[in-house]
Design a protein around this ligand. Structure first.
Ligand code: SF4
Length: 419
């Protein structure tokens, strides 16, 4: 069994553990995280996404966190503890992976919160690996090397494309099941791609993206029936995670809507851009600022290639990051980058511009930053865009689903009337 090694009181994930341990990842973005697991496997890690989503998750979360903590933290911790207790893992051979933003929000403290909860639950021997781009908490058995970084960039673009195409096609498919079939086909191809040896990752897989987009364009659709377009914005966890938002995407689809969920990659670019802003404003390393700028340019260069293909096959073309940032001007300052910050406001305005003024703004209980940038901006947006039809839904583990559903249905009926 791998030896437990500590550094400043923190249990490290060692090279020995890399060979023996399974890395558990909380479920957040279903379209993206599967590729993360594949790319980690291709780098020699044994990883798995947690799928447990019963009431026990909430129960464990409430038991091991303070009841003032924001809902995403409670659910993530609850999912980890429930999985370790009930999923039949060898508890001495698992590690947990958690993203850490390094920003001013509570998301930066999830890792220490998980450690505290694990100690309380008697699992302090389980290593917690922080997955971050800012060099926090280094572990000898895990590093984000060049190959992982490049694969991650492609995986995030791929997840965004899959999420967009699936939602853009499925409401209009003529033969039920065709979109799902196309999705499964290209999903297999993508997973194979992410398992390739790392030399391939230096090139943008233009042909692969072309194949994916073309395959979705071949699904027979009938767009003569108008369907309300509904956007989902909000805090990153409740926006993307079906566990966090009670399956919102599925609910909207079953109500006959076309769902539009903004790209997840913009959130990551937003964190790089926020660091640039802070260096300009408060000082800091010019080298770091330059590196973030280059990184954003590189990501946008790759995303432009995908935008071209989307345009060619008649799909919606996602806006460029700096244009998205401009949408928030006059509403909220760029310095407001705690939580989703100005990005949340900008995404609502983007949705209005692309013909989807119907918006569900998902707000987790206990999340102050997103109540300011989300709910707090609705009045101002309504003044400039009277057509906007935004409903803020609170996601609280003790709230009833029926209440959320009724408010969503009211927003959809307004959307139908406006159509
Ligand atoms: S953005 Fe809100 S919900 Fe997310 S970690 Fe921060 S406080 Fe919690």
């Amino acid at each position: 069994m791998a030896k437990l090694v500590y550094e400043d009181g923190r249990l490290l994930f060692t090279k020995e553990m890399k060979k023996e341990y399974k890395m558990l990842i909380p479920a957040m973005a279903p379209y993206h995280f599967e590729y993360f697991v594949t790319l980690l496997k291709s780098e020699g890690y044994n990883a798995e996404i947690l799928k447990n989503n019963s009431f026990d998750v909430i129960h464990e979360g409430m038991k091991y966190t303070h009841n003032d903590i924001c809902v995403p933290a409670m659910l993530v911790i609850g999912q980890f503890i429930d999985a370790v207790k009930n999923n039949g893992y060898d508890v001495h051979k698992v590690a947990l992976v958690m993203t850490q933003t390094g920003g001013g929000c509570r998301a930066s403290n999830y890792v220490s919160l998980i450690r505290k909860a694990f100690k309380k639950a008697g699992y302090e021997f389980i290593p917690i690996v922080s997955f971050n781009a800012v060099g926090l908490e280094k572990n000898p058995g895990f590093s984000i090397n060049r190959s992982i970084t490049l694969k991650l960039i492609t995986a995030l673009i791929a997840g965004d494309v899959m999420m967009q195409l699936y939602n853009e096609v499925i409401p209009y498919e003529v033969n039920k099941g065709d979109t799902e079939k196309a999705y499964q086909e290209v999903n297999t191809t993508l997973n194979e791609y992410f398992y390739y040896p790392d030399y391939k990752v230096f090139y943008h897989p233009t042909r692969l993206f072309k194949k994916i987009i073309k395959r979705f364009s071949e699904v027979e659709v009938d767009r003569s029936v108008l369907k309300p377009k509904v956007g989902i914005v909000g805090e990153i966890y409740v926006k993307y995670s079906p566990l966090g938002n009670n399956g919102l995407e599925e609910i909207l689809r079953s109500e006959g809507c076309e769902v539009i969920t903004p790209n997840i990659f913009d959130f990551f670019i937003y964190t790089f851009d926020s660091s640039i802003h802070d260096i300009d404003k408060y000082g800091g390393s010019k080298k770091v600022k330059y590196l973030y700028k280059i990184l954003i340019r590189f990501i946008e260069f790759r995303r432009n290639k995908v935008r071209k293909q989307l345009k060619k096959y008649g799909f919606r073309v996602p806006i460029k990051f700096y244009d998205l940032r401009d949408y928030a001007t006059g509403f909220i300052k760029r310095g407001m980058h705690v939580g989703e910050g100005w990005l949340l406001t900008a995404e609502m305005i983007e949705l209005i511009h692309i013909g989807s003024p119907n918006i569900v703004c998902t707000q987790p209980f206990g999340c102050l930053p997103n109540h300011i940038a989300g709910k707090g901006m609705i009045k101002k947006i309504k003044e400039k865009y009277p057509i906007s039809n935004i409903v803020a839904i609170d996601y609280d583990t003790s709230a009833t689903e029926i209440n959320q559903l009724n408010r969503i249905k009211l927003m959809i009926s307004n959307a139908r009337r406006n159509m």
